[in-house]
Design a protein around this ligand. Structure first.
Ligand SMILES: *[C@@H]1O[C@H](CO)[C@@H](O)[C@H](O)[C@H]1NC(C)=O
Ligand SMILES: *[C@@H]1O[C@H](CO)[C@@H](O)[C@H](O)[C@H]1NC(C)=O
Length: 576
C-alpha cells in the first residue's frame, strides 16, 4: 500500500495517457477485425494485433540484459532407450489409428461448435472462453495436428492463428502461466515443427505482451497481467503466489529467445531462476520450495509443500531447462538434484496394498506440512502429481542416476496402478492411500488397519478415499507412462496405456466429443461435467498417440516437451 501511494504524483498524467491509449486501442481493435484480409488455401497471412506491446516503455527497465549462454551445447546422454528395443506391430498400428480417430472426432467437434473459442462444451455443444478468448483449444492443438498428419486442418488453423488479435479480449487481465504454457508454448512448438513464419510472428507478438507482466519493481511477475495496471505502473510480484507461476515460464521464454535471437525473454525468466537458486536451501525444508511464495519480498517462509497443484512444473522445468540449454547451465542440475533428494527423503511413499508383488514396484508422493521441527506427510496424491515419474526418469537419464530412473518408473507405475484399481479404470483427481511406514522393508496387507482408516468410504482396497473423485481428462499419468516407455523400451507400458485409453473413452464419450466426469468410483452411465479443456487435445491424446508411434516421432533426444506437452527443439552439440 505505501508503495502505491508514493506513485500518486505520476498517476494523473498516466491516467490521461491511458484514456487516450484505450480510445486508440478500441478504435484499432474494432476496425482491424473487419479489415483483415480474406484467406486463400495455401496462403497463410499475418494480420498484426491491434495493439503493439513492443512499443510499451517499461516503468522498471532492465539495465543489464543477460545474454543466452554462448558455450557450445554439450553432448548429453541419450534419453530414449536403444532404438532396437522398439518393435513395430499391427496391433500397435491399430491402436495408434484409434487414438488418431478420437483426436479427429474431438477436434472436428470443436471446429463445428466452438471455432475460435477457448473451449468446446462437449455435452451442450457451445463455446466458452476461460482463457482470454484467444482460441486456446485451436492454438493448443496445432502441434498435435501436425504430428498426427492432419495437414489441411493444420493449414486452416495456422491461417486462423494469423488473424488472432491479442488486444481483442473481454478479459481485463491475462493469466500469465496458462497463456505461456498453452498459447506461447503451442505457437513455438508448432513453429519448431512446421517452420510456418506466421506462427513465430504471433508468438513474438504474444511474447511482447507477456513480457509486460515482468514490469514490476523486482522484475518478477504477478499471477495476472492486468492491462490497466500495467499501463499505470501498478504491477507487483505476488505476496502469496503459486510457486509454479513465475517459476515455470522459463522453457517457453528461453525458446523464444533462442529462435528470435533476442535475449530479453530468457533474461526475464532467468531472474526468477536465480531467485529459486538463492532460496532453495533457505526454506523450512531445504531443497524444495513452498507451495506458495512471497515473490514481492523474496522470502520463502511458508510451511506447505507439494508436487501437485500450484507447484508442480517448477520442479518439472529444472531438468527440462538443463536439456533446452544443451547442458551448459549446471545450476539446473544442482537444483534438480537437491530437490530430488528432499523429495525422495520426505515425499515418496509406498502404499499398503493387497498384492505383495506390486507393493514394492510402485510409489506415490504426498504433500508435506512443516511444524516446528516436525515434517508431517499427508499421504495424498493428485492426478497432477503423476508428472513426477517422468521427471525422475528424465533426471535419471540426463544426469545418469540409475536410482532416479528406477524411482521414475515406480512412480509412473503407481499412477498406472491407481487407474487399474478404480472401478472405472481411471484415477481420481485427488485421493489418499494407506501408507507403509517406510519405502523399504515389509509392509503386509492389514485388513483391520485398512478398514479402520477407510471408515465409511466406498473405495477399493489400498485406497483410503477418493477425496476428489472427478476425472478432468488430465494427461499426467499417460505422460509418465509414455516417458517411461521411451526411456526403457519396455512394451508393458504400451499395454498399461491401452487399458487406460479404453477406460477413458468408455467413461468420457459424449454425443459430440469427450467430457470430464464426476466420479471415477462409480461405473455405468457417468455424470458428465460438460468440460473439455484444451489439454485433452494438446497433451492427453498426444501422449497416447506418441506411445503407439515409432520412437523417432518426437524423439526425446531431439525435443523437450513443455508442461503442456508442446515439443521444443533441443540444441545439437555438433553445430560448429
Ligand atoms: C543446497 O544444498 C544442497 C545439499 O547440501 C547442495 O548440494 C546444493 O548445492 C545447495 N544449493 C545451493 C543453491 O546452494
Ligand atoms: C502417512 O503415512 C505415514 C506412514 O504410515 C504416517 O506416519 C503418517 O502419519 C501418515 N500421515 C497422515 C497425515 O496420516
Amino acid at each position: 500500500m505505501s508503495l502505491r501511494l508514493s506513485q500518486r504524483s505520476q498517476r494523473k498524467r498516466i491516467v490521461i495517457g491511458l484514456a487516450i491509449f484505450l480510445i486508440v486501442w478500441w478504435h484499432l481493435g474494432s476496425s482491424s477485425s473487419s479489415s483483415s484480409s480474406p484467406l486463400f488455401a495455401g496462403d497463410v497471412k499475418f494480420a498484426a494485433s491491434s495493439f503493439d506491446w513492443s512499443q510499451f516503455t517499461p516503468f522498471n527497465p532492465v539495465l543489464d540484459i543477460k545474454p543466452l549462454p554462448t558455450t557450445r551445447p554439450r553432448s548429453l546422454p541419450p534419453v530414449q532407450a536403444d532404438a532396437a528395443l522398439f518393435k513395430p506391430s499391427r496391433v500397435n498400428d491399430e491402436r495408434r489409428a484409434a487414438v488418431r480417430a478420437v483426436f479427429d472426432r474431438s477436434y472436428q467437434a470443436y471446429r463445428s461448435h466452438a471455432w475460435l473459442h477457448d473451449e468446446l462444451t462437449p455435452v451442450t455443444g457451445r463455446g466458452k472462453d476461460p482463457f482470454g478468448g484467444w482460441a486456446a483449444t485451436l492454438v493448443d492443438s496445432l502441434d498435435s495436428l501436425w504430428i498426427m498428419g492432419f495437414k489441411d486442418e493444420f493449414r486452416e488453423a495456422a491461417a486462423a492463428v494469423g488473424r488472432l488479435d491479442w488486444a481483442n479480449t473481454e478479459a481485463g487481465a491475462l493469466n500469465i502461466f496458462e497463456t505461456t504454457i498453452r498459447h506461447l508454448g503451442g505457437l513455438l512448438s508448432a513453429y519448431d515443427l512446421s517452420r510456418e513464419p506466421v506462427l513465430l510472428a504471433k508468438a513474438v507478438e504474444l511474447g511482447e505482451m507477456l513480457y509486460v507482466g515482468f514490469d514490476t519493481e523486482n522484475r518478477i511477475p504477478g499471477f495476472w497481467l492486468n492491462f490497466k495496471d500495467a499501463l499505470q505502473n501498478l504491477q507487483w510480484a505476488g505476496t502469496n503466489d503459486p510457486s509454479a507461476c513465475p517459476a515455470s515460464l522459463s522453457l517457453e521464454f528461453t525458446r523464444l529467445s533462442q529462435i528470435t535471437g533476442d535475449p530479453k525473454y530468457y533474461d526475464a525468466t532467468d531472474r526468477v531462476t536465480r531467485f529459486l537458486e538463492k532460496t532453495q536451501n533457505k526454506t523450512l525444508l531445504p531443497g524444495i520450495w513452498p507451495t506458495t511464495i512471497d515473490f514481492r519480498h523474496e522470502t520463502v517462509y511458508q510451511n506447505r509443500f507439494t508436487l501437485g497443484a500450484l507447484a508442480d512444473s517448477l520442479y518439472e522445468y529444472l531438468p527440462k531447462m538443463y536439456a533446452l540449454l544443451g547442458g551448459v547451465d549446471k545450476s539446473y542440475e544442482d537444483m534438480y538434484k537437491a530437490a530430488a533428494d528432499t523429495i525422495i527423503e520426505h515425499m515418496l511413499f509406498r502404499a499398503m496394498i493387497p498384492d505383495d508383488g506390486d507393493k514394492d514396484a510402485i510409489y506415490f508422493t504426498g504433500d508435506l506440512l512443516v511444524k516446528e521441527d516436525e515434517v508431517m506427510r499427508i499421504n495424498e496424491s493428485q492426478h497432477l502429481t503423476c508428472f513426477v515419474g517422468g521427471m525422475f526418469g528424465l533426471g535419471g537419464k540426463l544426469f545418469q542416476l540409475e536410482k532416479h530412473s528406477q524411482i521414475g518408473e515406480r512412480l509412473a507405475r503407481g499412477c498406472g496402478w491407481a487407474y487399474a484399481n478404480m472401478p472405472t479404470g481411471i484415477m481420481p483427481e485427488i485421493f489418499n492411500m494407506v501408507a507403509c511406514e517406510s519405502t523399504e522393508g515389509p509392509c503386509p496387507w492389514d485388513q483391520d488397519r485398512w478398514e479402520d482408516e477407510v471408515g465409511a468410504a466406498q473405495v477399493p482396497r489400498g485406497f483410503k478415499n477418493a477425496r476428489d473423485p472427478r476425472y478432468l481428462l488430465r494427461p499426467e499419468a499417460i505422460e509418465s507412462i509414455f516417458l517411461s516407455y521411451r526411456m526403457t523400451g519396455n512394451p508393458e507400458y504400451r499395454e498399461i496405456a491401452w487399458d487406460m485409453f479404453e477406460a477413458i473413452i468408455m467413461a468420457t464419450e459424449t454425443k459430440l466429443a469427450y467430457s470430464a466426469f464426476a466420479d471415477v468410483t462409480v461405473t455405468g452411465a457417468t455424470k458428465k461435467l460438460d468440460s473439455m479443456e484444451s489439454f485433452w487435445l494438446a497433451e492427453t491424446l498426444k501422449y497416447f498417440y506418441l506411445i503407439f508411434s515409432p520412437p523417432d516421432v518426437i524423439s526425446l533426444d531431439d525435443y523437450v516437451l513443455n508442461t503442456e506437452a508442446h515439443p521444443l527443439l533441443r540444441p545439437k552439440p555438433f553445430a560448429g
